[in-house]
Design a protein around this ligand. Structure first.
Ligand SMILES: [Zn+2]
Length: 310
């Protein structure tokens, strides 16, 4: 009974958030369905406050925003979470969690999380930092709890708050990632779904995620609604190359550039920042100071040596 209830609620949430994924494929990541044609599917995709963006740390404005507290993500004992291959990504659906903090006004409910990844470990993330692309990016989608549903929230400028986390290749992975990887083998077919035992969202996240970038943007898939308060975190989640390969076994509803249906490169190119401002609740350039000082010190030392030589 619990399972059926959760599945039904999750399916409704999924259809509400991804209406264009139902029925014939009208958008994708390759060829005539690719991102450069999305404005034909939804005019909003051609507007000026789109996501993702290239994050330039030296262009950020400091802003004091408190950290997120993501301690609850369907931790109810015995509850199952639905994980879906919607033909574009793998989505883990949750229903009962809250997403407080992060300098956001009001309460947000966590609706789902999903991933964007590359054909190789050299690409995959949607946001980039100084032009650097990561092998994968996870999006935790939250909607303002004062709105009736995800689809209702998607019609309001403050409706959604999405948290973006980058992945980085490591010899050992973050322990929580294997829970997702294990489930992927059951949803390789486009449109299929399975359940995973509920777990605490913190199990997927970096040990510290108090620092983040903030800007106003959009959904990164059609209909590209400009209703998203973005928080992108600089601290990465570690994953192994072998685990990344499992994501690429998912089958997409569209044919890729290799002529098969392996799901990869399901990321949108970065969009123009325009007149928007990028904020950070930390000094992203603080880490660069020692190397600058070191370079200056080396320069001073070198000039000193040279002056003695000549
Ligand atoms: Zn996404």
């Amino acid at each position: 009974m619990d399972f059926l209830k959760v599945f039904a609620v999750a399916l409704v949430a999924f259809v509400q958030l991804f209406p264009s994924a139902i029925g014939a494929s009208s958008w994708g990541y390759f060829g005539s369905d690719g991102p450069s044609h999305w404005a034909d599917v939804s005019a909003t995709c051609g507007m000026s406050s789109q996501s993702p963006i290239n994050i330039i740390p030296t262009d950020t404005l400091m802003s004091s925003m408190d950290a997120f507290t993501l301690t609850k993500f369907d931790t109810t004992t015995g509850l199952s979470l639905n994980i879906v291959n919607n033909g574009h990504t793998g989505i883990l659906l949750g229903q009962r969690s809250k997403c407080p903090g992060g300098g956001l006004t009001g309460d947000y409910n966590t609706a789902q999380l999903h991933f964007h990844w590359g054909k190789t470990d050299a690409e995959g993330s949607e946001h980039t930092v100084d032009g650097t692309r990561f092998p994968m990016e996870m999006h935790i989608v939250n909607y303002k709890s004062s709105y009736a549903s995800v689809s209702d929230a998607a019609g309001h400028s403050d409706g959604l708050a999405v948290l973006g986390f980058f992945f980085e290749i490591g010899d050992t992975s973050h322990p929580g990632i294997q829970k997702i990887v294990d489930a992927l083998s059951s949803i390789t077919v486009s449109g299929s779904n399975t359940t995973v035992t509920a777990f605490n969202l913190n199990e997927l996240l970096p040990s510290s995620f108090s620092e983040f970038y903030r800007y106003s943007g959009s959904l990164t898939t059609p209909t590209c609604n400009e209703v998203v308060t973005w928080s992108v975190f600089p601290q990465t989640i570690k994953i192994t190359s072998t685990q990344m390969d499992v994501f690429r076994t998912l089958q997409s509803e569209e044919q890729n550039d290799d002529g098969n249906h392996n799901m990869f490169n399901n990321y949108r190119p970065v969009q123009a920042m325009g007149s928007r401002k990028l904020y950070a609740n930390f000094n992203p350039n603080a880490g660069a100071r020692p190397s600058v000082h070191l370079s200056l010190s080396l320069l001073a030392l070198l000039s000193c040596i040279l002056s003695r030589m000549f």
